[in-house]
Design a protein around this ligand. Structure first.
Ligand SMILES: Nc1ncnc2c1ncn2[C@@H]1O[C@H](COP(=O)(O)OP(=O)(O)OP(=O)(O)O)[C@@H](O)[C@H]1O
Ligand SMILES: [Mg+2]
Length: 364
C-alpha cells in the first residue's frame, strides 16, 4: 500500500502541510527540531494506534491550537481510500467518509511499521518494551489478539485486587482456584500467539540481519516464558500455567501479586549465540532492532498481502555505507519515509522524492 497525499493541520509544530509522496522512497531532511519526526508521527497515526512517542493525544495538538486534523488518501491493493483523524481532547477517525467508533478500527485497514531512536530500547531496556513490541506487532495482523490480551490483563487485575483484599476478607481466597483456571486458559491463548509470531519473526529477522551484517553474524530470537511449558499446545500450556500459579501461590499471597504468566515474559535476542542486550555493541543493537522491525513489515506483507508503509526515523546515522545501502536496496516496492539531517546521506538514491522540512513546513 502507499499514501498518495497527506494533509496535516495544527499538528505539533506543523501549522499546515500538504504533500504528495513518492510511491517508494521519500527522504525528509532538515535541521534538528524542524518537524521531520512530527511528519512521520502523523503518517503513523493512521494505523489507529497511539503515537510511537507519546500516549497523550493532547501533546499532538499544536500549542497554539485547540485541535489538529490529519487526512490522507492511500491506495491498497483493493481500493483507493481516504481517512482522517481529528484530535482535540481525544482522537476520532473516519475512513472513506464513515465515522469510526474508535480510531482502532483503522487497524487492519492501513499498515505501517516505524523505527525510531526510541525503538533502540527494544534491545537495551527491560522486558516491558519487548512485550509491547510483540503485542503491537501481533495486534496489527490479528485484531482478536488485542481482545485476548485485554481480557487476560483484566483477569490478572481482578485476581491481584482479590489478593490485596484477602487480608480483610479471607473468604475471598476460596475463589482463587476459579480465577487461576480462567487466567491459565486466557494466558495460554496469549502465549501461543506470541510463540507463533516469534517463529515467523525469527525467520524474517534473521535473514535481514544476515544481510545487514554481510553474513558475518547470526541473529536468533526466542520467546522466553516463565511458564515452563513442554508442548506448544494451548491446553498443555494452560495446565502447566495453572500448576505454576499453584506453586507460586504462597509467595503471590505474600506479595499480593501474580508472579507467573505472559505478563512477565520476554524475548531473548542473541547475536552469534550471546545476548544482544548484555553484550551487543551499539551498531549490533541498532542493526538487530532494525531487523526486528523490518521483519515485522515482511510478516504483514506475507499475511495481509500489503507492504506496510515503512517509517525510518534517524536510522542512517551510525551505519556505515554498506549497511545503509543494504537497507535502502531492500526497500524497493515499498513506500518508505526516511528522515535525516543531511540531504547527502541518501544522495545515492536515484529514484524517489526529497522533502526539506523547515519550521514545520515542507520547502523545496
Ligand atoms: N504540540 C506541539 N506544538 C507545537 N510545537 C511542538 C509540539 N510538540 C512538539 N513541538 C515542536 O516540534 C519540534 C520538534 O519536531 P521534531 O521532533 O519533528 O523535530 P525533528 O525535525 O525530527 O528534529 P531532530 O532532527 O532533532 O530529530 C520542536 O521544536 C518542538 O518544540
Ligand atoms: Mg526527529
Amino acid at each position: 500500500m502507499h499514501i498518495e497525499e497527506i494533509k496535516i493541520e495544527n499538528f505539533r509544530n506543523i501549522g499546515f502541510m500538504g504533500i504528495f509522496p513518492h510511491k517508494e522512497i521519500n527522504v525528509i531532511y532538515g535541521q534538528n527540531g524542524q518537524g521531520k519526526t512530527n511528519l512521520l508521527e502523523a503518517i503513523w497515526l493512521f494505523t489507529g494506534c497511539k503515537s510511537f512517542r507519546t500516549s497523550k493525544d493532547r501533546e499532538l495538538v499544536c500549542f497554539k491550537s485547540e485541535n489538529a486534523e490529519i487526512s490522507t488518501s492511500f491506495q491498497t491493493s483493493l481500493r483507493e481510500n481516504t481517512a482522517s483523524i481529528f484530535i482535540d481532547k481525544k482522537r476520532t477517525a473516519s475512513l472513506n467518509g464513515v465515522k469510526l467508533s474508535s480510531p482502532r478500527e483503522l487497524i487492519g485497514k492501513y499498515y505501517s511499521v516505524v523505527f525510531s531512536p526510541v525503538h533502540l530500547s527494544l534491545i537495551k531496556d527491560g522486558p516491558l518494551n519487548r512485550r509491547k513490541f510483540l503485542d503491537t506487532a501481533i495486534s496489527q495482523i490479528d485484531s482478536v489478539y488485542a481482545k485476548k490480551l485485554t481480557y487476560f490483563n483484566h483477569l490478572i487485575g481482578q485476581k491481584n485486587a482479590l489478593l490485596k483484599n484477602a487480608a480483610e476478607n479471607p473468604s475471598l481466597l476460596d475463589t482463587l482456584d476459579i480465577w487461576d483456571e480462567k487466567i491459565a486458559l486466557a494466558g495460554a491463548e496469549v502465549i501461543v500467539e506470541r510463540i507463533n509470531y516469534i517463529k515467523m519473526l525469527q525467520n524474517k529477522a534473521s535473514l535481514i540481519y544476515g544481510g545487514i551484517s554481510g553474513e558475518t553474524e547470526e541473529l536468533k530470537i526466542k520467546y522466553l516464558s516463565n511458564v515452563p511449558y513442554e508442548s506448544e499446545e494451548k491446553q498443555d500450556i494452560a495446565e502447566i500455567y495453572f500448576k505454576n500459579m499453584q506453586k507460586h501461590r504462597p509467595n503471590d499471597l505474600y506479595l499480593k501479586n501474580t508472579s507467573s504468566g505472559p505478563h512477565r515474559d520476554d524475548i531473548e535476542i542473541l547475536i552469534n549465540g550471546i545476548s544482544a542486550r548484555k553484550f551487543g555493541s551499539q551498531g549490533q543493537q541498532r542493526s538487530a532492532s532494525l531487523s526486528l522491525k523490518l521483519g515485522e513489515a515482511e510478516i504483514i506483507k506475507n499475511l495481509k498481502g500489503e507492504h506496510p508503509i515503512i517509517l525510518l526515523d534517524d536510522v542512517m546515522s551510525e551505519l556505515d555505507h554498506v549497511r545503509q545501502n543494504y537497507i535502502l536496496n531492500k526497500m524497493s516496492e515499498k513506500q518508505v519515509f526516511i528522515t535525516c539531517c543531511e540531504k547527502e546521506t541518501v544522495s545515492r538514491l536515484n529514484a524517489g522524492k526529497v522533502f526539506k522540512i523547515e519550521k514545520g513546513k515542507a520547502v523545496v
